[in-house]
Design a protein around this ligand. Structure first.
Ligand code: NDP
Length: 256
């Protein structure tokens, strides 16, 4: 796994919004970024879980976190606009948007896939990423060096039987990433990439592979060097790339 040594407080002065900050990989991102000095906006569905993460960050990195409960399944364009306005009032700029929240949907062949769960999975995994990036682009444009990291999966790069809406949602995320990256390439300093975390020890992984020994998968904290690198100045030339955390090596993504 990639290792990245950086200086204490290297995210100081930056504000980073993490979706799905109440659990798993997003929770670890939020805690890690705050520990390096960033202000973190914790977005998740479950207010109680967000409050628990907030309390933990408050002890280790006081004054660094705010919570923003949003249910992507029911949020409206107006809610996203209000979030953008509220962030603009609290912070001069947004330096990072980690679009990490997701649901697994059903594990089922397409023929029997429950339509309601199909729509919910596309709503939570894709439509929210569109709405949130659209609403927050003005906030990100205030930063001299912002990053958007979309979260993909190996089934978003090669389809796999029985992964249904989840796989399709991750293919769509790759398309959204590529489209936005090309739009922003020459008009802005925002850098946009997608990240496949690879199998990681979280509750989503447990639901997807109930028979697996969880200890065979890395903990979220083992992925953090890649996230930190992608938030660093060094990663500035990396744009529009579909990145795999497990095999991450900057030279493979930096322009030759
Ligand atoms: P978890 O299930 O641990 O966490 C998912 C997060 O998404 C939670 O914070 C949850 O919030 C949030 N979320 C779910 N539904 C909604 C909603 N309707 N509105 C707002 N937030 C919501 O997942 P992981 O940490 O494992 O996964 C994170 C990302 O990584 C996902 O995009 C996943 O697809 C991807 N990924 C994960 C892999 C793995 O092995 N873990 C492998 C490949 C990709 P709450 O807790 O409040 O419900």
């Amino acid at each position: 796994m990639f290792q990245y040594e950086t200086v204490e407080n290297f995210l100081s002065g930056k504000t980073i919004l993490v979706t799905g900050a109440s659990d798993g990989i997003g929770k670890c991102c939020a805690e890690t970024f705050a520990s390096y000095g960033a202000n973190v906006v914790l977005l998740g569905k479950n207010q109680k879980k967000l409050e628990a993460i907030y309390d933990k960050i408050e002890i280790l990195s006081p004054g660094k976190a705010i919570i923003q409960p949003v249910d992507f399944n029911i949020a409206t364009e107006g809610d996203y606009q209000n979030l953008s306005n509220s962030l603009a009032e609290q912070f001069q700029k947004l330096d990072g948007l980690i679009l990490n929240a997701g649901i697994l949907g059903a594990r089922s062949p397409i023929e029997f896939y429950p339509s309601d769960l199909w729509h919910e999975t596309i709503q939570v995994n894709v439509n929210s990423a569109f709405s949130l990036s659209k609403a927050l682009l003005p906030n990100l444009k205030q930063s001299p060096d912002a990053r958007i990291i979309f979260t993909s999966s190996s089934v978003g790069r090669e389809g796999r039987a029985h992964w249904g809406a989840y796989a399709v949602s991750k293919f769509a995320i790759e398309g959204l990433m590529q489209t936005l990256a090309e739009e922003l390439e020459k008009t802005s300093t925002i850098r946009v990439n997608s990240l496949n975390p690879g199998g990681t020890r979280t509750s989503m992984r447990k639901s997807a592979f109930p028979a697996e020994d969880p200890k065979t998968q890395p903990l979220p904290k083992e992925l953090m060097p890649v996230y930190l690198y992608l938030l660093s100045e060094e990663s500035k030339p990396i744009h529009g790339k579909a990145i795999d955390v497990r095999e991450f090596e900057p030279a493979n993504y930096l322009p030759k």
